[in-house]
Design a binder for this molecule. Structure first.
Ligand SMILES: *[C@@H]1O[C@H](CO)[C@@H](O)[C@H](O)[C@H]1NC(C)=O
Ligand SMILES: *[C@@H]1O[C@H](CO)[C@@H](O)[C@H](O)[C@H]1NC(C)=O
Length: 175
């Protein structure tokens, strides 16, 4: 009886988890299918956006939109760019975006955890060679790193977080 009850509970949880939700984007590249809830990420970001953008005082540099904008990326390079940008945000942005407000920090962490889980799925795709990087993608990513390198880590990370909108807009548009 006890076993049955836990099984039932487990399957109910799984069923809820697998239910289609609005805002889920299915990204496919070769054998890889990755589901991302862009609306959910955006909701979490919207809650901190004003605070984060207000801290970004450097107006002359952009990390994601200058001089190469994401929307000109070849469709064959999309998987590669997303994979690299998820890694960029996890390794170089979220961890340097601490504020003195613990509520804001918790919200940043929740976006970071979401990115980390999707990033690991992309890593599996990458290992199956389903996420290859063309020359154009490598150039664009190098430019993003160069933009980031123009500022100190704290400012560059804050600016990148403030520009998360640009990445989310692009993901919503292309998938
Ligand atoms: C996109 O990638 C394909 C395959 O690598 C290539 O043939 C094509 O020229 C590329 N298009 C652009 C606009 O770079
Ligand atoms: C980083 O740069 C910003 C803006 O130029 C400056 O206000 C801040 O003090 C710098 N922080 C560090 C740790 O150097």
């Amino acid at each position: 009886m006890k076993v049955c009850l836990s099984l039932c509970l487990l399957s109910a949880t799984c069923w809820l988890y697998l239910m289609p939700t609005t805002g889920k984007k299915i990204f496919q590249s070769g054998p890889c299918m990755i589901s991302m809830n862009v609306k959910e990420i955006r909701a979490r970001f919207t809650a901190i956006k004003e605070t984060i953008q207000a801290r970004d005082t450097v107006r002359t540099i952009s990390i994601l939109s200058y001089p190469y904008s994401l929307h000109k990326i070849n469709s064959t390079d999309r998987c590669c760019i997303i994979h690299h940008l998820l890694r960029f945000y996890v390794d170089m942005v979220f961890r340097h975006c601490k504020t003195e407000d613990s509520q804001i920090n918790r919200k940043i962490s929740s976006i970071a955890n979401y990115f980390l889980s999707i990033k690991n799925t992309f890593k599996q795709c990458h290992e199956q060679n389903a996420c290859s990087c063309g020359e154009q993608a490598i150039e664009k990513y190098k430019q993003i790193l160069a933009n980031y390198g123009q500022m100190n880590i704290t400012s560059a990370a804050m600016k990148s977080l403030g520009e998360l909108d640009i990445l989310l807009d692009w993901m919503e548009k292309v998938y």
